[in-house]
Design a binder for this molecule. Sequence first.
Ligand code: IMP
Ligand code: MG
Length: 517
Amino acid sequence: MGSGKAKLDPFACYLALKGIAQSLNSSLPLRQALHLALRSAAKAGGVSGTAIVLLDSSKKHLLHVVSYGLTDWYVRKGLLDVDKSMGESLQGEPVVVLNAATDPRVQYRDLAKRAGITSVLSIPLKDKTEVIGALRAYSHEERHFGKAEIGFFEAVANSCALALESARMLENLEGGHDAPQENMLSAAGASQVLAAELRRPAQFAHPSEEEFAKLLDFYRIEWLYEPRSFALQLEGDNIAEMFTPDFYLPELDLYVELTTMKQSLATDKNRKIRRLRELYPGTNIILLNRSGFAQLLAKYGYGLRGETKVVRVLLSSTQLQRKVRSLGKKISRDYAGKKLVLVGVLKGVVPFLSDLMQNISLPLAVDFMSISYYSEVSGQVKITKDLDTSITDMDVLMVEDIVDTGMTLNYVLNYLRARNPASLKVCALLDKRTRRLADVHLDYVGFEIPDEFLVGYGLDHLGMYRNLPFVGVLSPDAPVHEKATQKEGPEQPCLSRIPPLLSTLPTLSPLTLMLLP
Ligand code: IMP
Ligand code: MG
């Protein structure tokens, strides 16, 4: 297997190709079948490692989806830029790199060197005529891949491409995409769906990770589980400390690390994240801690911790009305002469939208939508009530009660944008900016608010509290502050007016229990 000449055993290659075709044509899960194929190919082809990389939806990046014989951190080196990673193989021709440590066509040369990779062969993977990725073979020794070897790996690549293509056809047939125009995925679109599917871990390290993945799926936010390990500390040629964030959300260019376990671990993670930000400036990463995650779930009806809940006033009715008046004035100025339509998502927005429209001194139309929430259905978010009228060529102002992670708004804005309005802006009464995942732009904001679970003025907990004329913090077991409620003046409701439903609220759900220390 030394340098230079190929030493392929034709019979071994024949057996390998036979086995590969068999496993790819079996009922094994695609990932497992591809892994078996890569292993046989590496053994018969006399290389130390093999991998399949697929293009993402932007066609600007490649992603390792299945590999054999490569160190974990090499696979998790992150997204590969098409231009910097043997891009010619995406023009449809095989590419040989003799020395990966020095060849400018290799993006992560230092990592390749550290992983002991010398030569690399990259064969295009084609779905019919469209290139969807590449099959790669890695060798520790310098290797001039000859005609016969390239031919062997091409045969493997073609089998793998066929398996990917048939998985795509299946994906198309089975749908899971409600809008008809979405039904036929392009080869590239499907390769991205497959890439995500193939990278989906068989088992998450923690149930909360699985729940978070479900939540992202629900809001149709693309995610990758642990795609990248960041080296935090080097000792000579060795990596002494690594950090692998749990999720990467490519559309949002955001890494998310969940810490729902021990708080002591969170401290260490905070340190690592600080270090990561120093070493890799421009990397967006957030830490979602236990209480943050518990609140995320509470929002979807999984119940807050604790048995008794009290409401502390955060924004009084007077404060709210004053703000709504000023927002109304601003909007009246900005939309003069335009075809304004206010769009709200039921039901939380009702009090705000109702007050706001009365403070806009312009002719306007109002329309509502409803969408399914995470706790209500499984699968993906759906429009359960569409707009009644067309918004094409209208100046749409999307009115929101509260923007938290931004996932709902992100979905709704994409939906509205596809209907070609003349303009599309957002007015949100409350902005929980610190918890943002999807970085949606808000044009009008009433209040920036802290990371607490709120009720009242349309906001609910398990369907209740919407009728409170103020916005309050719903917290478990918090002491009642008489003074806090009196400060706001005589019109301030007192706590006794809050419906006595506390005893009827569910207490600890399995999910909340999961998050307890
Ligand atoms: P997002 O998708 O995370 O931005 O959540 C937006 C939706 O979650 C809002 O329209 C509300 O219905 C709900 N929500 C977010 N935060 C709260 C809260 O503190 N109390 C009640 N509902 C909330
Ligand atoms: Mg809402």
